[in-house]
Design a protein around this ligand. Structure first.
Ligand code: BG6
Ligand code: MG
Length: 216
C-alpha cells in the first residue's frame, strides 16, 4: 500500500502546547487540592477539555454541580489561552517546515486531527494554518480520541483510504484512535510510553519522508 496522506495531531507534535495544557491543568488541580502528576497527564493528552476535567475531579473524589464544572473548564481555558498568547512561528517544532515540504514534494496530503478547540488559534500563531489540505478539530467531532472518528473524518475529507494514511501522535488516546482507524501509527515522545506505535521518534524533526514512504 502506498502512503498517500499524513494526519498530524497538533499539541505536542507540531509545537509544545502539550506542556501549556499540562501547566494549566496542574494549576487548576493544585487549586482544587487534587494531586496531579506528569504521569497522570499522560492519560489526559489527546483527551478533550471536559473529559480531562472529569479525570481530575474523579481523581480528587470531587462531585460538583454542572455550573461549577463549566466554570472550572472555562477557567482552565482562559489560563491556557494566556499561556499561548505569546506564541510565534519560532514555537513551531524544528523540522516541521522541512517535513511538510518533503510531503508536498512527494504528493502526500497533509491533514490535522486535533482534540483542541483552540487548534485554529495555535495554527495561526505558529504560522501553519495554510499548510493543511484538511483540518479537523474537536468542534466537529462527536466521539473524541481514543475513538477513531477524528482520524477517519480527515481521511475521508482527503479522499484517502485509512490504510494509506500515517497518523502522528504524542498521546496514548491518539495512538489508540489511529490504530482503530486502521492507519499506520507513529509516536512522538517516549518509546516506553508510546509502545503501541509502529515507530516512535523523540522529536518530529527525526521523522523523514523516506521512512513514511516505506511505511517506517
Ligand atoms: C488536546 C490536548 O490536543 O486538546 C489535550 O492533547 C487538551 O491536553 C485537548 O485537553 C482539548 O483542548 P482545548 O484547547 O479544547 O481545551
Ligand atoms: Mg497531542
Amino acid at each position: 500500500m502506498t502512503i498517500k496522506a499524513c494526519i498530524f495531531d497538533l499539541d505536542g507534535v507540531l509545537t509544545d502546547t502539550a506542556e501549556y495544557h499540562f501547566l494549566a491543568w496542574k494549576a487548576l488541580a493544585d487549586e482544587l487540592g487534587v494531586p496531579f502528576t506528569r504521569e497522570d497527564n499522560e492519560q489526559l493528552k489527546g483527551v478533550d477539555r471536559m473529559g480531562s476535567l472529569h479525570f481530575i475531579l474523579q481523581k480528587g473524589g470531587l462531585s460538583l454541580s454542572q455550573h461549577k464544572v463549566q466554570q472550572l473548564a472555562d477557567k482552565k481555558n482562559v489560563h491556557y489561552r494566556q499561556l499561548i498568547a505569546h506564541m510565534t512561528e519560532a514555537d513551531r517544532f524544528d523540522g516541521v517546515t522541512e517535513l511538510f515540504e518533503q510531503l508536498r514534494a512527494h504528493d502526500i496530503a497533509i491533514g490535522l486531527a486535533s482534540s483542541s478547540k483552540n487548534a485554529q488559534l495555535v495554527l495561526q500563531r505558529i504560522g501553519i494554518s495554510e499548510a493543511f489540505d484538511y483540518v479537523a478539530d474537536a468542534s466537529q467531532i462527536k466521539q473524541g480520541k481514543p475513538a477513531p472518528e477524528i482520524f477517519l473524518t480527515v481521511a475521508e475529507a482527503l479522499n484517502v483510504a485509512p490504510a494509506q494514511c500515517v497518523g502522528i501522535e504524542d498521546s496514548l488516546a491518539g495512538l489508540q484512535a489511529i490504530i482503530d482507524a486502521g492507519m499506520v501509527a507513529v509516536g512522538i515522545g517516549d518509546k516506553t510510553v508510546l509502545s503501541q506505535a509502529e515507530k516512535v521518534y523523540a522529536h518530529i524533526g527525526e521523522l523523514e519522508v523516506t521512512a513514511i514512504l516505506r511505511q517506517l
